[in-house]
Design a protein. Sequence first.
Length: 302
Amino acid sequence: MQLGMVGLGKMGANMTTRLVRGGHEVVAFDRSADAVNASVANGARGATALEELVRQLKAPRAVWVMVPAGDPTENTVRALAELLSKGDTIIDGGNSNYKESVRRGTMVADRGLSFVDVGTSGGIWGLTEGYSLMIGGPNDAVERLRPIFETLAPAKDQGWGHVGPSGSGHFTKMIHNGIEYGMMQAYAEGFSILKHKKEFGLDLAQIAELWRNGSVVRSWLLDLTARALKDDQDLSSIAPYVSDSGEGRWTVTEAIDLDVPAPVITLSLLARLRSRDSESFTDRLLSALRNQFGGHAVKKSQ
């Protein structure tokens, strides 16, 4: 099956490679000529512009967009909507806000196009392990793209599913990432407690490996924890600064809008924000207040 791929960052390039290996014909475009050349070397056909990419595809066309959320996705979807024809499909496999995907679905439908939003999980391991695909969009478009999803997923009947209309794929991925925040935070806190029990001299890498087999807390995230601790138990080369893609924030906002209590996910997001405040005025003021009302000692800055 033919597919256009727009955006050849690490994940987009890996997906292109997996599709080519699965026997699909992929036409690849990226603003970086080097990225296009790398995909061509891996078996894709290259394009130097969106217009050329569209010309190389046979109708009904399908173009998978794998660019950053926000303006890059918006601009790409709008440009493709001008170039594609009735019956063609635009797929957004990035981390767009689901509300934007609902809007884009309506926008392209007015032009006779289909919009499919695919919440994609798997990261850099997707090339070898396959991707988890949470798919929203019209039934006929999703069914036509089935061979693509079956190739990208871990197996033809595993790891992918049509969850609902346009927007539902990214909504499901948003909640997935919120859950991921909570799980990661729990692992991080648990291993921190283990590390601080100095008198036992615990081997964190050994414990992670032990838990990977038979334990009720085993998971792929624990596999990755074991991998990280094996390389460096003190994690001394890593700064205690945790970024976020935005989907945890959206999950917390959605929970508030729906009156659904989500304390674990919310606190895990706040912990990430806290990690970025190396010069915390909050903590300085807390220390000053303890000194003011109770005369508690204040630790001075170095």
